[in-house]
Design a protein around this ligand. Structure first.
Ligand code: GLU
Length: 323
């Protein structure tokens, strides 16, 4: 009798077109790509473009171009299609709307009209700082979204997740290790989406990962603390929980997350300056223990060297030039 074949790994690259791809994103994507490809798995590219105010025109196209130039490929994505599309979040709004309806029908989502000052970072991936704790002021306050809208003085009510009956969540992160959080205590009823349709990072990301069959999520460890809330959403909607690999971020010499003040680390700038993709991949691979300092190597050639356990458990400090 044939043995059941092991479950195929499906990973994803999920860029947000809020700025140009830089060394920090590239390092996380490199780990994500190698993690999947070294296991013979499939890779999905999804454009996370829900954060309209922060989106930069053309950044979506540029991200794909930069990734291809660095040597990345994927099996499904906005430019090549696939069975689980569309792969652009602004084209999936109906899916998010239906999920919000479902959650609100079972009392797990409710509209909230508290002002921005009172509440946590809702729509973007919550990278900066910790979430504020929300006391649940609007829980049980409105029967419908329209009622909240009428009370909101022209503001658009957000959707919050009701953590009232939730238990603490444990994660066994394949890189970061054990992590436990009681979401109700940590941030309270968190913002699912700052949008009538439920089109916000927290919800969209969970729904898309499930719809696209993602089995392993590799992303920056700034999102580890948001993961238990995402697991609550997935549990509420009876969606499968993927494995997680949260890896440290790239920071500047001052220990702060890589940004403009640390110099221009945009992939497109290096490319225009004549830097080769192998130099960039080499430098990032060296930071993970897979290449010598200044070694030039392609993404493909790194496949046999991939090892999650040689990646240091601390942020990678970028304090050099590439030329
Ligand atoms: N799109 C998010 C970002 O670029 C990543 C979110 C995720 O990996 O879940 O920061």
């Amino acid at each position: 009798m044939a043995e059941a074949s092991p479950k195929k790994i499906v990973g994803r690259l999920a860029p947000s077109p809020t700025g140009a791809l830089h060394l920090g994103n590239a390092r996380t994507f490199m780990i994500a790509w190698l993690n999947v490809r070294s296991q013979g798995g499939k890779l999905v590219l999804r454009m996370e473009d829900l954060d309209h105010p922060k989106n930069k025109a053309g950044a979506d196209r540029q991200a794909l171009e930069d990734l291809r130039w660095l040597g990345f490929d994927w099996d499904e994505g906005p430019d090549i299609g696939g069975a689980n599309g569309p792969y652009v979040q602004t084209r999936r709004i109906e899916i998010y709307r239906q999920a919000v309806t479902k959650l609100s029908e079972c009392g797990l989502a409710y509209p909230c009209i508290c002002t921005r000052r009172d509440i946590d970072a809702g729509q973007s991936a919550p990278h900066e700082g910790e979430m504020l704790h929300y006391k649940g002021t609007c829980r049980n306050r409105f029967k419908t979204y329209s009622e909240a809208l009428l009370t909101a003085n022209g503001r658009l009510p957000a959707w919050r997740f009701n953590t009232g009956t939730s238990a603490p969540i444990q994660i066994n992160d394949l890189f970061a290790g054990k992590y436990e959080q009681d979401v109700a205590k940590y941030c309270g009823d968190f913002v699912l989406a700052r949008d009538a349709d439920g089109a916000g990072y927290m919800l969209a990301s969970v729904l898309d990962d499930a719809a696209m069959g993602i089995t392993e999520i590799v992303r920056g460890d700034d999102l580890l603390s948001a993961t238990p809330a995402q697991i609550l959403i997935a549990n509420a909607l009876k969606l499968p929980i993927p494995s997680y690999i949260h890896v440290p971020l790239v920071v500047g010499a001052d220990g702060k997350r890589l940004a403009k003040r640390h110099g221009d680390t945009k992939i497109s700038t290096y490319r225009e300056a004549g830097v080769k993709p192998e130099q960039i991949i080499g430098a990032l691979a060296a930071s993970c223990g897979w290449a010598d300092e200044d070694e030039q190597i392609s993404l493909n050639a790194l496949l046999p060297r991939y090892n999650l356990h040689t990646i240091p458990h601390k942020p990678f400090v970028w304090d050099r030039e590439l030329n």
